[in-house]
Design a binder for this molecule. Structure first.
Ligand code: UDP
Length: 410
């Protein structure tokens, strides 16, 4: 066993960049923290540390998880160049932290540009990498980033059978893949979503009943910015006309974020009586809102992944989640090019109830991951092998092979 072959606990470094990865990494961190075979090390970076995006590092402090390093890695600007510079800044800062913490293994989640820097730095420094949530497909640049991290990672923890199949198709070794399910399901399947009134009062409006409000959560699509901004404008127009109570979350930090915020300010959404806005709602409360809303509209992964567990209706707009597995609760509006189309989707989905679907998890992902990690070898060669389809051998010679033949003939 890996941790037994070490004469000390395995140093496991977890790098978290924003609330999206923290909702998946927190259950793993809490599991590792409780287990004496592991020493948890935590790096907090990215937009966790930025007030405009909710200063979400506070969730980590509230969870009583010790933070070993806080790194400012975001170059502001919210455009494509700023994302690249942010990757560069993280790459400059991470080596010192890795040298200090000396992790045996790094856990990195998903498909964000920050995760690409963490995985790149670790791979170049010969630190083993476990990648969470590989093998999935989606739109925007995230898809390419996710698959790039797959190539850098030594181990994969995936959420669905199809994701595992894709990892194998990408020539990853099946022995290094764990199908665990999505770790956020460990938390959301345990949460009590019935006690919701106080949470609705806080985030939507006092006295609004369950199933009488919409959650809107839309992020930029970096590979199709122009259309993505137009779609956001049309979505707000449709929501204004639909006239129901709506809690609207601000977009993430990707290129285009500031343009989206400008659109919603121009329409005076923050002062409109039907709307409440938030930068971030703590995960436990967000989940209760998801479970009890009349529908979700936008392109957040929360719509395609988490809403299914409650049978909550979702209108998934545009290409950001293209290719994700979903339950029947999701209605796609891929080409959301008119207000009327979005409005029609709202009319069809509002207040519907679907059967729950558990495509992404059964609530036991963390215990599988901990068991898998206890069996990892963190001492032997780190050289990664890819499992390519059979191909003809090369023509070069091997001295050991020649000596073997000569001694067999002698
Ligand atoms: N989330 C949250 N509070 C919020 C909005 C989202 O806890 O106010 C969680 C959500 O449940 C999901 C994750 O953050 O697990 C990602 O959501 P987001 O839309 O920010 O990012 P995406 O995964 O679509 O990039």
């Amino acid at each position: 066993l890996g941790s037994e072959s070490l004469d000390r606990p395995m140093r496991v470094c977890v790098a978290t960049c924003n609330r999206a990865d923290y909702s998946k990494l927190a259950p793993i961190m809490l599991g590792l923290k409780e287990d004496k075979d592991f020493q948890l090390q935590v790096i907090v970076m990215g937009c966790h540390l930025i007030d405009d995006y909710g200063s979400t590092y506070r969730m980590i402090e509230q969870d009583k998880i010790k933070i070993d390093a806080k790194l400012h890695t975001i170059v502001r600007g919210e455009d494509e160049a700023a994302m690249v510079e942010s990757v560069g800044l993280a790459l400059v800062k991470l080596p010192d932290i890795f040298l200090r913490l000396k992790p045996d293994i790094l856990i990195v989640h998903g498909d964000r540009f920050d995760a690409l820097s963490t995985a790149t730095a670790a791979a170049l420094m010969n630190i083993r990498i476990i990648h969470i949530e590989g093998g999935e497909i989606s739109g925007t640049i995230d898809d390419c980033i996710r698959h790039s991290i797959t190539k850098l990672a030594h181990y994969h923890v995936c959420c669905t059978e199809r994701a595992r199949g894709r990892l194998q198709a990408m020539c990853e070794d099946n022995e290094r893949i764990l199908l665990a399910g999505c770790t956020s399901y460990d938390m959301l399947l345990k949460s009590n979503t019935k006690n919701c009134q106080l949470i609705i009062d806080r985030w939507v409006e006092k006295g609004v009943k369950p199933k009488e409000y919409i959650i809107a959560l839309q992020h930029p699509v970096t590979t199709d910015l122009h259309n993505s901004l137009k779609m956001f404008d049309l979505t707000l127009e449709a929501l204004l006309e639909f006239g129901k109570k709506t809690v609207l979350l601000f977009p993430n930090i990707d290129a285009g974020s500031k343009d989206m915020t400008r659109i919603l300010r121009r329409k005076k959404i923050e002062n409109h009586p039907n709307f409440s806005t938030a930068k971030h709602i703590p995960f436990e409360e967000f989940i209760v809102l998801v479970a009890n809303c009349a529908c979700i509209i936008g392109n957040s992964s929360a719509g395609v992944r988490e809403a299914g567990a409650f049978g909550t209706p979702v209108i998934n707009l545009g290409s950001r989640q293209t290719g994700r597995e979903t339950g029947e609760n999701v209605m796609h509006c891929r080409d959301a090019d008119t207000k009327e189309k979005i409005l029609h989707a709202l009319e069809l989905q509002y207040q519907k109830q679907y059967p729950p679907s558990y495509i992404y998890g059964d609530g036991h992902a963390v215990s599988r991951i901990i068991k898998f990690m206890k069996e990892l070898d963190v001492i032997d060669s780190i050289q990664k092998q890819f499992i390519f389809p059979p191909m003809p051998d090369g023509v070069s010679q091997d001295i050991d092979h020649i000596l073997e033949i000569q001694s067999a003939l002698a």
